[in-house]
Design a protein around this ligand. Structure first.
Ligand code: BGC
Length: 251
C-alpha cells in the first residue's frame, strides 16, 4: 500500500488526511484547520506542518493549491494572500514539514481523484471537472489525461470574472436562492459548453453536496453529474498528484 498525506489548501479551510493512493480511501478521519487570515504562505505552511504532526507523518505529502502551479512554484493567488505569487511553495512546505512534497492546482487534484476513482472513471473524450467553492476551479481531461492549470473559472460572463458571479461563495454572499444561483451557473456553463464542447461535466467542491438543488435547473446539453467523492476529492487527488504529477515542466 502506498500512502501519501493529501492536503487541500482552500480559501476557508486547510484539510488533510493520509490516503491510500491505490484505492483512493482516506486512512484516517481528515483534519480541517481554518485558513489563517491573512493566508500568508508562512501561516499556511505552519498549518500544514500541524496537520503532518497530527498524523505523525514522515513520508510524502501532496498538496492542492487554489491557483496556478508549475514546478512547485505557485504563480497566481485569486483567493489567498498575494505572497503566494511566484513563490517556491514546494520548498517552503518541505522546510516546514521535513517531508518530500509536491504541489498542484486544487481543481486538477480533485479532477484526478474523480477520473481515477469517481464519476469520471473510464470515461473517454473530454471530461471537465468544475469545482464550486470559494472560487471556480476547472480541470480538463482528454481520454483520462490531464491538461494542467486550466483557469476557466475566470472566463468572462456579463463582463465579469465568472467566479465572482457563480461560485458557491457568491451564492452565500449574495444570499441567492438555489434557483437564482443556478441561473448564474447556467450562464457560465453555457459559455464553457460553447467554447469546449465537453462530453461530460463533473461538478465538485462545496456546493456539490447540494447538487439536487441546482442541477435540475441547468439548461446545458452536456451531461452533468455530481462528483462522487464530494469534498474528499481534493485531499485524495492531492495525494495522487503527489505521486503521479511530480513532473517538471519546461522553464
Ligand atoms: C483559481 C483556480 C482554483 C480555483 C478553485 C480560482 O480562483 O484561479 O486556480 O483552482 O479558484 O480554488
Amino acid at each position: 500500500m502506498t500512502q501519501v498525506l493529501g492536503i487541500d489548501i482552500g480559501g476557508s479551510g486547510i484539510k488533510g488526511a493520509p490516503v491510500d493512493i491505490e484505492t483512493g480511501q482516506l486512512l484516517a478521519e481528515r483534519l480541517r484547520l481554518i485558513t489563517p487570515d491573512p493566508s500568508t504562505p508562512k501561516a499556511c505552511a505552519d498549518c500544514i506542518a500541524e496537520i503532518a504532526k497530527h498524523f505523525h507523518w514522515d513520508a510524502r505529502i501532496g498538496c492542492g493549491y487554489p491557483g496556478v502551479v508549475k514546478n512547485g512554484v505557485t504563480l497566481t493567488a485569486a483567493n489567498v494572500d498575494e505572497g503566494w505569487i511566484n513563490l517556491d511553495a514546494k520548498t517552503l512546505i518541505e522546510h516546514a514539514t521535513q517531508c518530500k512534497t509536491s504541489i498542484v492546482n486544487d481543481a486538477d487534484a480533485a479532477g484526478l481523484a474523480e477520473i481515477r476513482f469517481g464519476a469520471g472513471r473510464e470515461v473517454k473524450g473530454l471530461v471537465m471537472m468544475i469545482t464550486l467553492g470559494t472560487g471556480i476551479g476547472t480541470a480538463l481531461f482528454v481520454d483520462g489525461k490531464l491538461v494542467p492549470n486550466t483557469e476557466l473559472g475566470h472566463l468572462e460572463v456579463r463582463g465579469k470574472d465568472a467566479e465572482l458571479r457563480a461560485s458557491d461563495r457568491a451564492r452565500v454572499k449574495k444570499d441567492l436562492s438555489w434557483k437564482d444561483w443556478a441561473k448564474r451557473l447556467d450562464e457560465y456553463l453555457v459559455v464553457v459548453e460553447r467554447l469546449f464542447w465537453p462530453d461530460l461535466i463533473i461538478v465538485g467542491g462545496g456546493a456539490s453536496k447540494n447538487h439536487e438543488k441546482f442541477i435540475p435547473f441547468l439548461s446545458i446539453r452536456t451531461p452533468i453529474v455530481p462528483a462522487q467523492m464530494f469534498n474528499d476529492a481534493g485531499i485524495v487527488g492531492a495525494a495522487l498528484a503527489g505521486m503521479e504529477l511530480a513532473v517538471d515542466y519546461p522553464k
